[in-house]
Each structure stands twice: as C-alpha cells, then as structure tokens.
Design a binder for this molecule. Structure first.
Ligand code: S6P
Ligand code: ZN
Length: 192
C-alpha cells in the first residue's frame, strides 16, 4: 500500500511497533558484529549463545524523495557485547547537509554524534527528549538500560544513507558499562 495523501500511523511506545509500516528491518549480532570493539566477545556470544536480535527499525510508508519526511521507529534491545552497549550501525546522511530529529519514546539510551573532523558529542535520551542531529553529523544510538530503548526519527526524504564511511572508520568513542554506568571511552579500533 502506498499512502501519498494525508494519513496517520499508530506507535506502540513501549514496543516501538508502528502500524501501518512499509517494512521492519531486523539487525542481529551476526549481521552487525563488526561494529563492536570487542571482537572476541562477538565470537564468544555467537558460538556459545547463538545469534541475537540487537535492534529493529519500523519504516513508515513515506517515499524517500525530496519534499517528503520519511520516519521510523527504532527499538534497541538491552544487552552488551563485552562492555559495550547494544547499538545501531550508525551512518552519515549521503547528502551531508540534511539534518534529522529523534524523539525518545521509552527506555533509555544515548545518541552519539560524530562529524568528519572527528569531534564527538553525546545526548542522553529517554521518553520525551527531542535530540537534533545537525547537518554533517554521523549518528548512532545505544541502549544503556534494562528494557528496550525506543525512539522515533524523522528526516528529509532526499537525505540518503551513507553506511560505508562509518563502516570504514568507526566512531572515535565507544559507550561502555563501568560499574553499571555508561562511560564514554576512546575506541581502540578507530581508524583515522
Ligand atoms: C534514519 C535514522 C534512524 C536509523 C535507525 C537505525 O536516518 O537515523 O531511523 O536508521 O535508528 O540505525 P542505522 O544506523 O542502522 O540506520
Ligand atoms: Zn539518519
């Protein structure tokens, strides 16, 4: 179904389920294991516990083209890989001058932002917090709590997604648990 006229969707704020939606993307540890700093932990989990769901994205039925405002919900399930919290792959927008808005719906987490000069910023998120991703900043989110971290995102339809740059260089900082608290540390695998 394509909805090009006015329409409304419903979001279940605890689970992040969006109805109706175009598709649900599922990212498992096997798919995205390379993003985590502790590669031994990735292999240990896969060989002892098997694969696990790290996050899902419900994508609304809005065209990804200029003039539209595509939106989606993301659900990051609680968990760690080594000391590092479950997180999204992270990306720049292909058109670097396109911004984005995130709204926290439930659970808790952090938004990590990085620009091409290597500056990193973090925004703590929970229900009701609106975070702004300015043009030119790569963005990734992590769940630092014990329940699913759910947020809503809306972005310009012609923004596009560049995953390759972050796959190649990573983020300069990682978010790890120390004595049960989130701490930002230098990423030992950052390639600059
Ligand atoms: C899209 C927006 C989010 C992410 C989602 C998953 O511009 O930033 O909806 O797509 O949080 O993250 P990623 O990095 O796997 O796309
Ligand atoms: Zn984005």
């Amino acid at each position: 179904m394509s909805l090009f006229g006015p329409f409304a969707c419903e979001i279940e704020t605890r689970t992040g389920a969006l109805h109706p939606c175009e598709q649900v993307l599922r990212r498992t540890l096997r798919d995205i294991g390379a993003i985590f700093a502790d590669q031994e932990a990735v292999q240990r989990i896969l060989s002892t516990e098997g694969d696990r769901l790290v996050y899902e994205v419900y994508v609304a039925e809005v065209p990804e083209r200029r003039g539209h405002l595509p939106y989606c919900t993301t659900i990051i399930y609680p968990g760690q890989v080594g000391d590092e919290y479950h997180m999204t792959k992270g990306h720049y927008h292909k058109k670097r001058d396109r911004a984005e808005v995130y709204l926290g719906l439930s659970g808790e987490g952090y938004l990590l932002l990085q620009n091409e000069a290597g500056d990193v910023r973090v925004v703590e998120m929970k229900e009701g917090i609106v975070a702004y991703v300015p043009p030119g900043w790569a963005h990734r989110t992590a769940n630092t709590g014990d329940v699913p971290f759910v947020f809503f995102a809306v972005y310009p339809g012609d923004a596009g997604h560049d995953y390759g740059t972050i796959e190649a260089v990573g983020f300069a900082k990682i978010l790890v648990a120390q004595a049960g608290q989130p701490v930002l540390k230098d990423n030992p695998r950052w390639c600059r």
